[in-house]
Write a protein that binds this ligand. Structure first.
Ligand code: KQY
Length: 367
């Protein structure tokens, strides 16, 4: 059994590693909410399976599946995917799973279990209830026999933090300072908690994230650390797109500062795809349920290529059948990560549920 640790990672010599550091494996959750994913979630399940199969060539993948979907998922998933039954409220393990921290001296890995409130609780949350999601981190730690730190009162999603593993954390103000997360805390108090539980010294606050991102603009949709000192930034050259000003502010922040080691950051601009709008057919395929964010025809989705996942030796990159920008994204990322294989996976069905490839994956570092 894993046990709850009462101190904090920093005091115990644990740090959150960069995503580009070696992984033991990766976690995912099988999608099934018909009020979030269209057509009984079948197209989303096919997309999640594509991601799992692509990823499993580079590291072990575990898929968490509800009891009602267990047999169906086993039918679709190839045998190398470990399938474990678990209750959840939806499929975003980046946000509900543990943040893993490692001790470089002993090699021990532990989990951090944050409070989860479905991206905003009763004020601004995307569905109700979320009590099963809030138990996912603890259950994963139990399965893996990892001890864990637990913050009963501090709300945070894994997609809202990005580290370089060498003392620097990047977040967005729109998300972490939103009144639906930790309104009882000052910015300074939020910083202190993050410094203790991720073991970072410097926090870079980007003002905003991706336009209309329903997570209050998670950082993982706008930037991605690809190595210490190297960041990919979602970008658009179109000055009439609201994203232009948002990305420009982030660019100015990133290029105008230094990281915890005193380095200037190298920033790679990753052009966003052409605007993705929900079609009538896509909207009509989603069940309307009181308390769940609706998917209306014409809604712009927060599409970005920066929400990729870095596996051992490869990058699983979301693409959208965009003739203008998919290839450019692959080339840009290959330039930023010359030693990684870039593996594109069609991700529109994931995007229609409000997220992307980084949101549906959570890496477990190698100790
Ligand atoms: O981290 C994410 N982008 C997940 C978004 C979940 C949206 C649920 N409808």
């Amino acid at each position: 059994m894993s046990k709850k640790i009462e101190s904090n990672p920093k005091d115990d010599g644990f740090r959150m590693p960069g995503e580009f550091e070696p992984h033991e494996g990766c976690w995912m959750i099988w999608p099934e909410r018909t009020d979030n994913f269209r057509l009984g979630a079948k197209p989303a399940q096919a997309a999640f399976a594509d991601v799992a199969h692509a990823l499993s060539k580079y590291e072990p993948v575990t898929m968490l599946v509800s009891k009602s979907q267990y047999s169906a998922a086993k039918e679709v998933l190839e045998p190398q995917i470990r399938v474990i039954e678990m209750s959840t409220d939806d499929a975003w393990v980046r946000d509900t799973g543990p943040t893993f921290v490692i001790n470089d001296v002993t090699g021990e890995v532990r989990g951090v279990d944050w409070r989860f409130n479905a991206w905003g609780g009763l004020l601004d949350g995307l569905y109700f209830p979320w009590d099963q999601d809030d138990k996912v981190a603890r259950k994963i730690c139990d399965i893996e026999r990892k001890d864990y730190y637990s913050l009963e009162e501090f709300v945070l999603e894994g997609g809202s933090i990005h580290v370089d593993g060498e003392g620097t954390l990047i977040v967005t103000e729109t998300c972490l300072l939103h009144e639906s997360r930790n309104p009882q805390l000052t910015k300074n108090e939020i910083e202190e908690t993050l410094k203790q539980y991720l073991n970072v010294e410097k926090i870079i606050w980007l003002p905003e994230g991706i336009y209309l991102d329903e997570t209050n603009e998670h950082v993982d949709n706008i930037i991605h650390y690809v190595a210490p000192g190297k960041v990919v930034l979602a970008w658009t050259d179109d000055v009439n797109d609201p994203q232009h000003a948002m990305s420009l502010k982030a660019y100015e922040m990133l290029t105008g500062t230094t990281d915890a080691k005193g380095r200037s950051l190298e920033v790679f601009k990753l052009h966003i795809p052409n605007t993705v709008l929900v079609t009538q057919e896509e909207s009509e395929g989603v069940d309307i349920v009181d308390g769940t964010k609706p998917r209306d025809e014409g809604d712009r989705q927060a599409a970005s290529y920066a929400n990729f996942y870095i596996a051992n030796g490869a990058v699983i990159l979301p693409v959208f059948n965009d003739e203008q920008y998919d290839k450019l994204a692959i080339d840009t990322l290959q330039r930023a990560m010359p030693d990684h294989r870039i593996v594109p996976v069609y991700a529109r069905e994931i995007l229609l549920g409000g997220g992307n490839i980084h949101c549906i994956t959570q890496q477990q570092p190698k100790g």
